[in-house]
Design a protein around this ligand. Structure first.
Ligand code: GLY
Ligand code: MN
Ligand code: MN
Length: 435
């Protein structure tokens, strides 16, 4: 794995040329008082280093003669490690993480300037770590004060996301292995949940069954708060209370996936709790399924990302028009987004180290096109809430449609000649959902 991280740093260094890039680790986060959440490394920091501790900084300085990759880390402190876990320490980091030089984090201020003064640019993302933001600004300002005398130094700070995000957008084999593992565990959890759900069970019981499977197979846990939304809750996009009892006529919308080695799966299925769709539920389900299938077909290398949303929206609008839930001129409905009371989110997002992963969706006037190695979710839905109001001058919503929320979400890998539905082992046909 060290070779993989080295290769990623190499690619980044090729992009920054005579610049210096600085990446900070994630800060630790307080849950309450003096109790902390489990540590979760910053994704870009992890992508470049594999180093999984807080209070660390990575510096990439390709123009530096000896130290092209430098780490600042917490030194070993046995009396603290007894409480909060073993630290890698300065020596360990040098041995195990391939850095040319490693310093204790307390020396950041003193040691950083030597990696900046010959750089023509600093690459850094101003983020949550205020202290690091201040340190970098301070050094930059100092170097700019002497710039008239030296004529060298970093004349600009460029957001490092503009260079690392496009690397993260194309997954390597090593990343795909982890994605496949996250997907496999999540698939198992979804298939079990469908068997387990029945009238009388509570949403939280299903959540527990799924999250048990996540941990049992070595996932870190849910990739995001699991959404186990029955009946009208299926119309609340980020429903996370998960405390309702399932009823015979309910739909159950489950949006859940695990994080394995920091890579995330993101899967949604919607099925009838009692094993049989009502006629209205079935019609809505069929529209969403058709929208999803047509959108997935657009996931091809060289095709614009944007087409998946445009395709899904058109199928949904046509379907809702046929049901009399939307009326008028289809182009106007699309242009004025009159479908939004029923479909208010986008059809997908990049997926990887972050659930809503980094990377461009559009390049100004130009489209962002799919490339082999991208992973994208395709997740259209229709939500007719108990209180959904139609758009202006649109038909009233008959009660029989209310309380129906359907979303179907799969994770799609763009391949050299098309795509692969990574999550295809979770069925989604009408028959399977009723089975
Ligand atoms: N579960 C988050 C999403 O689907 O985007
Ligand atoms: Mn998603
Ligand atoms: Mn999801």
């Amino acid at each position: 794995m060290q070779a993989e991280y080295r290769q990623r740093r190499q690619k980044l260094m090729e992009k920054i040329g005579s610049g210096t890039a600085i990446f900070g680790s994630a800060p630790s986060a307080v849950m309450h008082h003096d109790v902390e959440y489990n540590f979760r490394q910053d994704s870009s920091f992890f992508y470049l280093t594999g180093f999984n501790e807080t209070e660390a900084v990575a510096v990439l300085a390709p123009h530096h003669e000896e130290h092209k990759f430098v780490l600042f880390v917490r030194p070993k402190e046995p009396e603290k490690e007894v409480w909060s876990g073993i630290r890698t320490g300065v020596e360990g980091a040098k041995e195990r993480y391939g850095a040319d030089e490693v310093y204790p984090i307390a020396e950041l201020n003193d040691k950083l300037p030597q990696y900046l003064q010959k750089a023509d640019r600093i690459y850094y993302h101003f983020g949550r770590d205020r202290a690091l933001n201040d340190t970098i600004l301070k050094h930059w300002q100092r170097l700019m004060r002497v710039y008239p005398k030296t004529g060298t130094g970093p004349i600009a700070i460029q957001d490092s996301n503009t260079i690392i995000d496009s690397l993260r957008l194309v997954k390597s084999w090593a990343e795909l292995e982890l994605m496949r593992k996250a997907v496999a565990i999540s698939v198992e959890a979804h298939n079990h949940a469908r068997e387990f759900a029945r009238p009388g069970r509570y949403e939280h019981e299903i959540q527990a069954e799924m999250e048990y499977i996540f941990r049992k197979y070595g996932a870190l846990g849910p990739a995001y708060p699991s959404i186990i939304a029955s009946g009208p809750n299926s119309c609340i996009l980020h429903y996370v209370e998960n405390n309702r009892q399932l009823q015979e006529k309910d739909l159950l919308l489950i949006d859940a996936g695990c994080s394995y080695g920091y890579y995330n799966a993101d899967i949604t299925r919607t099925f009838p709790v009692g094993g049989k769709f009502t006629p209205e539920q079935k019609i809505i389900y069929e529209i969403v399924l058709e929208a999803q299938k047509q959108a997935i077909a657009k996931v091809q290398p060289g095709k614009p990302y944007k087409e998946i949303h445009d395709t899904a929206v058109r199928v949904i609008v046509e379907g809702l028009m046929e049901l009399g839930l939307l009326a008028g001129d289809i182009d106007e409905i699309l242009k004025e987004e009159k479908y939004k009371p029923f479909y208010m989110h986008r059809t997908g997002h990049w997926l990887g180290l972050d659930v809503h992963d980094v990377g461009l969706y559009q390049r100004g006037e130009e489209p962002q096109n799919f490339q082999a190695g991208n992973i994208v979710t395709v997740e259209p839905g229709i939500y007719i809430g108990l209180e959904t109001k139609p758009a202006e001058e649109q038909p009233e919503i008959p009660d029989r449609w209310r309380g129906i929320g359907v979303r179907i979400e799969d994770d799609i890998l763009v391949t050299a000649d098309g795509h692969e539905v990574l999550t295809q082992e979770v069925p989604k046909s009408i028959e399977a959902m009723e089975g």
